[in-house]
Design a protein around this ligand. Sequence first.
Ligand SMILES: C[S@@+](CC[C@H](N)C(=O)[O-])C[C@H]1O[C@@H](n2cnc3c(N)ncnc32)[C@H](O)[C@@H]1O
Ligand SMILES: [Zn+2]
Length: 277
Amino acid sequence: MLQDIVEYLACPHCGQPLALADGGGPLHCPARHTFDVARQGYANLLPGDAHTGTGDTAAMVAARQEFLGAGHYAPIAAALAGAVPRDSDCVADLGAGTGYYLAAVLEALPQARGLALDISKFALRRAARSHPRTGAVVCDAWRPLPLRDRSVSAVLNVFAPRNGPEIRRVLRPGGTLLVVAPTPRHLGELVGELGLLGVDDRKQERLSATLGPHLEYQGSSEHTFPMLLDHPAVRTVVDMGPSAWHTDPAELDRRIAALPLPAPVTASVTLSAFTRS
Ligand SMILES: C[S@@+](CC[C@H](N)C(=O)[O-])C[C@H]1O[C@@H](n2cnc3c(N)ncnc32)[C@H](O)[C@@H]1O
Ligand SMILES: [Zn+2]
């Protein structure tokens, strides 16, 4: 619920604490900047000049919900839930999408509250309902995050944009960042057969280079597992990813129909941990 996370929120214009008006209504700061709370339960803390073009579309979000809901990436959720420090009482998920991974982490932390941050309102409509202890906030990962300094105990970042200086600012000293990123083998069978965008093999290096100056790298584990997907599930995994922007739908269906049934597809990610000293 949004009420549960207001104490972590800061005004995107002036950085002062936000509060909810008595009896609900908009969020406001002492300088009287106000922000709407959508009837679906998420707050919009984007500055007025924001560009939301990189956010997931309604169709991508629907595909993501379907694929994650079928449990195909459950091992990734389990790895995150196992890696989050047990004493975390507030977990922010940057680029949270539908809130699927944050919900799994909150299930492992019975006292913690969760903040789902994303630029896509389509994603946050779902995230706002994804777990009773999650509150959802529209914001841009590349602008100052609408969170108070040193306010959260852990940050999750799963296949999503990451802003090292801002993650450092909002983490408490000793707090943890968990990053999930694909390895070059991720969905490898589909990259070749369907002409999808591949993962470049220096992604892990870039991850360390962008976060290293701001946070202390603690280590990584690789999580690689086989999936057996029917053809609609293959279409769904394509539709939820970046290739959805680039591929002709009729050609894609033709190529999917030519895949074995079920199609063996590899999921392969690294889970990297960083701490704020
Ligand atoms: C590949 S999806 C991953 C979503 C979720 N973490 C998951 O794995 O299910 C990337 C997410 O980043 C969000 N996103 C893209 N650009 C963003 C930005 N500038 N600020 C915040 N979120 C952004 C998208 O809307 C999308 O939900
Ligand atoms: Zn303000």
